[in-house]
Design a binder for this molecule. Structure first.
Ligand code: RAT
Ligand code: ZN
Length: 372
């Protein structure tokens, strides 16, 4: 077996702990999204469809029901063009994994397949096909639908861990009380926020992290609603100054920070910050970075600068079935970067070494931070 094959085998076998998704455990009912219409109306693909079909006004697209939107996406990106973008290729990978034809002219066969699935079995099959053993959700108590479920005493599948999202909760009048209440109710594994520029969070957030021994996740570099006509597909990116992150890590050595950046230009600086501060854990290739070439490049850079002490990827899946492609594709990029680094060692690694590293990178380190 070649080195590349040995590494691929270990990376494929390593269970994933997925540090950031937008998935919901089956107990959340209709909030748990799956199936071909959900896959095709993923906002990454909506943006690509509206770009490919400039005569289709966003307002006209969003006015249609979900199945009609999915038909439009299928026609624009799969029938009349080849699915070459990462998000489109991902749908093809998922369909093929279920034995469906990614080159079908319409969605009849795929819809019939998903309609015949039982949700409990589907969750098991997807987690197995993706090799995912645990994951973090994104939980926002300001969302009325989600809030009602938590208040009704919902207990999620133990593989689906809560992560308390603060993007909107942070504006609460009595943030301290809200945090106490939702930490008690959700038992989150970390607190999280997405920001454009880094600034110190309110004192109540850092206090809650200390008191409950919870990491604080910062997702840095998003510029919301650059094109508001695209709705959730309309956000952009900018490279940002990470000096405030250094200050935050230095002033709060007892708080652990999970950090991902959206701009490719910020990847290197984040590695340098992490070299200086062991309480900063770089994780994932977020959103516009979640492409095979950038995952490989980013993973190489992180391996060269940090060794195997980071979390190379998270899926950011919004639709359950996406776990299959996000992790199959990411595993390839991670294996390729690892193979190149092992190739630079004077003595080739043993199978046991490769397995140890693959397990740490795919799930071990994330599992420690998530207590999963
Ligand atoms: O990647 C995405 O789906 C984005 O829309 C965002 O949800 C982003 O990942 C976030 O968590 O803010
Ligand atoms: Zn996300």
């Amino acid at each position: 077996m070649t080195l590349a094959e040995r590494v691929a085998r270990a990376v494929d076998a390593a269970p994933v702990v997925d540090l950031h998704t937008h998935l919901f455990a089956p107990q959340f009912g209709a909030m748990n999204l799956w199936g071909v219409d959900e896959l095709l109306t993923y906002h990454y693909l909506v943006a690509e469809t509206l770009r490919a079909e400039p005569k289709l006004a966003p307002e006209a697209f969003f006015a249609r029901d979900k199945a009609a939107q999915a038909d439009l996406v299928w026609d624009a990106l799969f029938v009349r063009r080849s699915p070459l973008s990462e998000a489109a290729a991902g749908v093809a990978t998922v369909l093929a994994a279920f034995g469906l034809d990614p080159a079908a002219r319409d969605l009849r066969e795929a819809r019939a397949f998903f309609a015949a699935r039982r949700v409990e079995q589907h969750v098991e099959d997807v987690l197995r096909l993706a090799g995912v053993s645990a994951l973090a959700m994104t939980n926002d108590p300001t969302d009325p639908e989600e809030r009602a479920l938590w208040e009704a005493g919902l207990a999620p599948d133990p593989r689906f861990h809560a992560a308390l999202r603060l993007d909107r909760l942070i504006a609460a009048q009595d943030l301290r009380a809200e945090l106490t209440r939702w930490i008690a109710r959700m038992r989150p594994r970390y607190l999280a926020i997405s920001v454009n520029e880094v600034s110190a969070p309110p004192r109540a957030v850092l206090d809650a992290c200390r008191e409950h021994d919870l990491p604080f996740a910062m997702m840095i570099g998003v510029r919301r609603a650059v094109n508001p006509r695209l709705g959730v597909a309309g956000d952009g990116v900018s490279a940002v100054d990470l000096t405030p992150l250094e200050r935050l890590a230095a002033e709060n050595p007892d708080v652990r920070f999970l950090v991902t950046t959206l701009a490719r230009e910020n990847t290197h600086t984040l590695c340098v910050v992490a070299r200086k501060f062991a309480n900063v854990l770089p994780f994932g290739c977020w959103w516009f970075m979640n492409n095979p070439s950038l995952i490989e490049e980013t993973t190489m850079m992180r391996l060269e600068m940090l060794g195997p002490t980071f979390v190379p990827q998270h899926s950011d899946a919004r639709v359950l079935d996406q776990l299959i492609y996000k992790w199959r594709h990411s595993r390839r990029s991670i294996a390729s970067a690892l193979t190149r680094r092992y190739g630079a060692m004077p003595v080739p690694p043993t199978d046991a070494q490769i397995e140890r590293d693959a397990r740490a990178l795919l799930g071990g380190i994330a599992g420690e931070w998530l207590k999963a």
